[in-house]
Write a protein that binds this ligand. Structure first.
Ligand code: SF4
Ligand code: SF4
Length: 299
């Protein structure tokens, strides 16, 4: 939305300076992602794993993978170059919570060197219930969960497998577990007052009609924002669906779906699906200025 919209004032106060949540703020505040999380615990049909997680980051982009220590140095270098840098996110290139040691070590190091920077992370939700206490401990401001279905039959067309509790699950059973974990994780965040945003990838013919139901389910569990993103299905982006002839939605189809969810809750329309190592104001990508090599030169 463009401004406060229907957001309650206490939530608006928390997000108005966040470049991703307020269209106004995105002209004035910068954010960065650090790519410290290579592994993933599920397989999405729209991801082929060679590239960044498509849930939050633009598919088809390979980010420079960092250790927590290198990520913390990078944050310091960026913050001293771009004073409007207010938000640090971990969004891949895999799932941050499938790499909990790296993700939370990064948050720990950054909260020591730059305590004013707000932290956020995005996840597919499978491991979320296990980590809500740690997320709260590190004062993570916002969590984004990618939820593409609330019906495991539809999920089975999106997720060929998940890896959970030391084993691999497939088919409807996999999506049933993923669905239950996503809903539980969202409820746990809401109970603790941690802001939860939901991302959904709109896949025509698979979950496009169904996302209205997803919108109701996440709203009733306290999500404050719903961001419906188009499937980007060009084969060069590495999407398996794309290779199988699955198309992405047209701009009109995307807008019609966002409109039909609008009455239900705040919709986010300006997410840019930034890469997992994005740096700068939204719409601007300064990641090339902050490669490990260049940061070593700066130090
Ligand atoms: Fe790929 Fe992200 Fe899905 Fe994992 S959660 S399979 S990294 S799109
Ligand atoms: Fe913000 Fe979307 Fe970019 Fe994340 S991917 S930093 S939510 S605009």
């Amino acid at each position: 939305g463009a401004g406060q919209g229907d957001l309650p004032t206490e939530i608006w106060e928390k997000v108005k300076n966040h470049p991703c949540y307020s269209e106004e703020a995105h002209h004035h505040y910068a954010r960065m992602h650090v790519a410290v999380a290579p592994a993933c615990n599920i397989q999405c049909n729209y991801c082929n794993r060679k590239y960044d997680c498509a849930n939050e980051s633009r598919p088809g982009v390979v980010s420079e993978k960092l250790t927590p220590e290198a990520a913390s140095r990078k944050v310091l270098a960026v913050a001293s170059t771009i004073p409007q840098m207010t938000v640090l996110g971990i969004a891949g290139p895999g799932d941050p919570l499938a790499n909990p040691a790296k993700t939370f070590k990064t948050f720990e190091l950054i909260s020591e060197v730059a305590p004013d920077i707000k932290l956020c992370l995005s996840t597919n939700g499978l491991a979320l219930p296990d980590h809500v206490d740690t997320i709260e401990k590190f004062k993570v401001d916002h969590v984004t969960i990618t939820i593409n279905m609330v019906d495991p039959e539809i999920g089975a067309q999106i997720y060929p497998w998940i890896f959970w509790n030391h084993r691999r699950y497939t088919g409807v059973e996999a999506s049933q577990i993923l669905h239950e974990r996503q809903m539980l994780g969202l409820e746990m965040l809401t109970e603790r007052g941690i802001l939860a945003k939901i991302n959904s990838v709109m896949i025509p013919g698979v979950n496009d009609q169904h996302l209205v139901e997803v919108n109701k389910a996440v709203k009733s569990r306290g999500a404050f924002l719903h961001n419906i993103m188009p499937l980007i299905s060009a084969p060069e982006h590495g999407t398996v669906f794309g290779l199988n002839g699955q198309r992405g939605p047209s701009a009109q189809e995307l807008k019609a779906l966002q409109d039909s969810c609008e009455g239900e809750m705040n919709m986010m329309r300006h997410c840019r699906q930034c890469r997992a190592d994005a740096v700068g104001l939204l719409g601007e990508d300064r990641s090339a200025e902050f490669t490990t090599e260049k940061i070593m030169d700066m130090e």
